[in-house]
Design a protein around this ligand. Structure first.
Ligand SMILES: [Zn+2]
Length: 310
């Protein structure tokens, strides 16, 4: 069974029609603001359930800590009708961190925090905020004319101060797939992976390509495989900095695996039993080596689990 991985399951109404009035919602007494600094969320210490959660500030606290002009993104309206925002805390300020944030929480590296334990819904909010704030940080100037741009509509748009061009947050679609044949699936490893870890193959979709064509091209380029058919499984927003992971199963034809050594140093075919073992502690292969799957954080883990159970 496919289970959506981390960063899926946005927990509130995105309320996109209210973005034009987002600034007027700052002053709602119920407004809540999560905080990120250079991609790191401000999280509480672990609670009784072992989970860390985003610190939620009032608008007054935001103004006091980071200034009323701090870039603030409208994330939506929660079930209690409270508007939810994300604040860019700017660059590290040891004085403010030490005195003002004392006792609230700490800025945590997102991947490590997610591995240790953050509720899925909170991860979806944090991931969205991280992607949008990263986009703002990289788009201070107009790609058309080079003049300064300014954020508007709750942070979901930037407008050029000179030519009035409108710029919208972008994300990059990526295909990530398990090649499948004869009851086995292919996983490969990049040299940068931790020892023994293997994952699904992946690559960016190019302009003018369909998802299926990108999947077939990547399996051809990276592994020398010919794709017969492609099946959609699920997607995951991945906030490093802003990718849309499109998870697929690809039936491939018989033939040798020819790896592109620039991309992959090794690849192995796993049976369903081996895939299940790789997800829970490691699988032993015939040659005595051990294979590990990526953590649950990654969609590759969800793909392996779904395939091993079908
Ligand atoms: Zn411009």
């Amino acid at each position: 069974v496919y289970e959506a991985p981390a960063f899926c399951g946005y927990p509130i109404d995105r309320a996109s029609l209210k973005r034009r009035e987002a600034e007027s919602l700052f002053d709602a007494s119920a407004a809540e603001m999560i905080v990120l600094r250079e991609g790191q969320p401000l999280l509480t210490p672990p609670g009784a359930d072992g989970l860390m959660r985003p610190v939620r500030l009032t608008t007054g606290a935001r103004n006091q800590l980071f200034g009323a002009g701090a870039l603030t993104i409208f994330l939506g309206i929660d079930a209690d009708d409270a508007p939810v925002f994300a604040v860019d805390a700017g660059r590290a300020n040891p004085t403010a961190d030490g005195e003002l944030l004392e006792g609230m929480g700490t800025f945590e590296e997102l991947r490590a925090a997610a591995m240790r334990g953050v509720p899925d819904g909170d991860l979806a909010l944090i991931g969205t905020a991280k992607s949008i704030l990263d986009w703002h940080a990289r788009h201070g100037f107009c790609a058309v004319c080079g003049a300064r741009t300014a954020a508007t509509e709750g942070g979901w748009k930037r407008v050029c101060s000179s030519c009035n061009a409108e710029h919208f947050p972008r994300f990059d679609p990526v295909v990530i797939m398990l090649a499948i044949r004869d009851g086995k699936c292919l996983v490969g490893r990049q040299p940068r992976f931790p020892p023994g870890m293997y994952s699904a193959l992946a690559g960016f979709i190019e302009p003018g390509e369909t998802i299926e064509e990108a999947c077939a091209r990547e399996l051809g380029e990276e592994a020398g495989l010919f794709t017969r058919s492609v099946r959609y499984v699920g997607t995951q927003p991945w906030p490093w900095p802003s990718q849309m992971m499109i998870g697929l199963f690809a039936e491939v034809e018989d033939g040798p695996v020819n790896l592109d050594p620039e991309e992959l140093e090794h690849a192995v075919w796993l049976t369903k039993e081996q895939a299940a073992a790789a997800l829970s502690g490691g699988a032993s292969l015939d040659d005595g080596s051990r294979v590990w799957a990526p953590p649950r954080l990654a969609i590759a883990s969800a793909l392996l689990k779904a395939w091993s159970e079908e």
